[in-house]
Design a protein around this ligand. Structure first.
Ligand SMILES: *[C@@H]1O[C@H](CO)[C@@H](O)[C@H](O)[C@H]1NC(C)=O
Ligand SMILES: *[C@@H]1O[C@H](CO)[C@@H](O)[C@H](O)[C@H]1NC(C)=O
Length: 320
């Protein structure tokens, strides 16, 4: 199955049939842990609802390949598309054609998407950043110096996370001080490691660090371990157990946050069914899924509060 999907063809196993509702979830790329986890949610939805819900993704994280795969799905006659766009802009034309043909379109991680019935986001980015800061502040006892890291100054999500964190600190923890500017790591653990060393040299009293790219806390954690500062520092950030787990175990990293792609995949498919059934989506409604019990609706964008906070005690529950 995986091999066929990687080839982006030979989709016989998933061909839509006339009498069965079919929902194609089209992800950025096939075969990586994040989207394998999403596929679990899609398959669960299929099982729970007796519909032909399945997931496909291009072999490379390439907007053109993803657009071509969506064209294939339209040609197959799927009833709905649940898409995690590699590039929302690049997909506008093909999603527009899908909608013209009466195909329901749901997107995820694409709040600015125009050609979609609804876009669903796990959370508001500023709230997620504040959630990480709340844990950092608790760990730091509400006082001391901290530094922040982003993958890049142009990454909108990373900057929203960090800005939400800083605002939360300023409003609630006056005895904490941000030191340095946003450190850029270019989504590379080695860069994060070097930047963390710079921060530790420049600010010997620094007690806290908050990362944004999934690799940030891994690089920071290595720098903390090398200096034996596990018990003196607090490190939190966006990451996954598969990336940060070894540092969570040693205490070099204290906690990570993310959203569970299996729940997001399930939620996209559920929304697609609701739209196809003519059910109304309303502000404050309960989608019946963890983190999506009271969603906010703004225009076509649905926000949950579906962050997952993980430390060494619960990391085994999230094997991805
Ligand atoms: C901040 O520090 C001062 C001086 O130590 C202390 O009196 C005050 O209670 C602290 N404020 C908060 C909100 O922790
Ligand atoms: C990174 O951290 C260092 C040390 O704290 C700081 O001097 C610098 O301004 C920060 N920002 C960037 C973009 O490197």
């Amino acid at each position: 199955m995986a091999a066929a999907l990687l080839a982006g063809s030979a989709l016989t196993a998933t061909t839509a049939t006339a009498d069965e509702t079919s929902i194609a979830t089209v992800v950025k790329i096939a075969g990586i842990q994040w989207f394998n986890r999403m596929e679990e949610g899609v398959n669960q939805f299929a099982e729970d609802n007796g519909v032909n819900a399945f997931q496909v993704g291009p072999a490379q994280a390439d907007p053109q390949q993803q657009a071509a795969l969506i064209e294939d799905m339209i040609a197959q006659g799927v009833d709905a598309l649940a898409v995690v766009p590699m590039s929302p802009e690049a997909l506008e034309p093909v999603l527009g054609r899908a909608m013209e043909q009466g195909i329901t379109v749901i997107t995820h991680e694409a709040a600015a998407q125009q050609n979609t019935n609804y876009d669903i986001e796990a959370f508001r980015n500023e709230d997620f950043g504040a959630n990480l800061m709340e844990q950092l502040a608790t760990c730091m006892g509400g006082e001391g110096e901290y530094a922040v890291f982003v993958g890049s100054l142009t990454s909108q999500t990373h900057n929203q996370w960090v800005d939400g964190a800083i605002a939360h600190q300023e409003a609630n923890y006056p005895n904490m001080t941000l030191v340095g500017d946003k450190n850029e790591t270019f989504d590379d653990a080695q860069n994060a490691y070097q930047k963390a060393q710079e921060v530790l040299r420049a600010f010997p009293n620094v007690k806290g660090m908050q990362g944004s790219a999934s690799t940030d806390v891994a690089g920071i954690g290595l720098a903390i371990e090398e200096r034996g500062m596990e018990d003196d520092t607090c490190v939190f950030g966006t990451s996954l157990p598969s990336i940060a787990g070894q540092y969570l175990e040693t205490g070099a990293v204290d906690g990570i946050g993310f959203w569970d792609p299996s729940v997001a995949g399930y939620a996209m498919n559920k929304l697609a069914m609701m739209v196809m059934n003519g059910e109304e989506v309303t502000d404050g409604m309960d989608l019946g899924l963890e983190g999506y019990e009271s969603v906010a609706l703004e225009g076509k964008v649905i926000y949950g509060q579906a962050w997952v906070n993980v430390n060494k005690d619960n990391m085994a529950d999230y094997p991805f």
